[in-house]
Design a protein around this ligand. Sequence first.
Ligand code: PMP
Length: 355
Amino acid sequence: MSRFWSEVVHGLTPYVPGEQPRIEGLVKLNTNECPYPPSDAALHAIAAATGEGLRLYPDPEARALKEAIARHHGVPVSHVFVGNGSDEVLAHTFHALLRHPAPLLYPDVSYSFYPVYAKLYGITPREVPLADDFSLRVDDLLAAGPNGGIIFPNPNAPTGIAMPRAEVERLLRANMASVVVVDEAYAEYGAESAIPLVAQHEQLLVVRTLSKSHALAGLRVGYAIGQPALIEALTRVKDSFNSYPLDRLAIAGSVAALDDADWLARTRERVIATRERMSAALRERGATVLPSAANFIFASFPGRDAAALLAALREHKVLVRHFKRPTRIAPFLRISVGTDAETDALIFALDAILR
Ligand code: PMP
């Protein structure tokens, strides 16, 4: 397209904002946002931070936020890195820690940005197939040969299936020479976190976000927990891109959100209860629903084409997600857990379509 572009740009595609349509009244179950409003404490803190103080640059180290994250997880502040959403944290991770000649391992399927970042940073990927039950097996990762790093979401996306902490630990014991990144974007909804393993494993980096667990996707706050050597590498890369990745409102809001433990416990409980009700309702209608530890489910409807089902749901103003990949996941739809009313709307629409 442009003769001025560098080679890498030709291989990249701009984000198509189709998943974020600007139409009122849609039941939006396609991008795994939390269906409930953020904590009042977070909203008040953001309101309090607007005003004359915005004249000033934010704290480049976002120290107050790192301290809140350290409190939340019971880790030292020196183990915390923060960024503008976990997508940015992941980008810095690929750049600073995963650019090695040996291939980077990640599951097929997993988060769609991993191949994008691999391409952007000139990393050779090696996809490790999921097992027959769609789980990610440590033995399959270990059998993939020498690697320059390993990354996987836990729970995995879009399957929702979690790997037990004991298995993550087994992987770390067997893979000590390269960085292992556990992307815990959805971990608050039921996975065992790998954060308690960080103290013992210098090659482990756990990446988190406030987008799903704390209903703050609009604030763009993500972070990583790891030993200081990994955090230092990330900080060097981050500072070379942008010394101020987090603005004053993001810092103020996320500190208050992290400190509001009651809100998190309440919201997590509600989302999990609705997830289980939704899974049961879909199974009653003949669907195969994978066991989810996230705020979404991955479901297929025997005899139904997933793309056609997505289009039919869209007619009923219900948005869900389909991954157009010629693999075993092709018959599946990923459906975010909504409010109870949104879940009822989904079930109502399905009943009309499947009749
Ligand atoms: N990791 C996974 C597995 C995700 O699904 C997402 C959200 N799409 C992210 C990371 C990025 O989330 P955010 O940038 O909002 O923190």
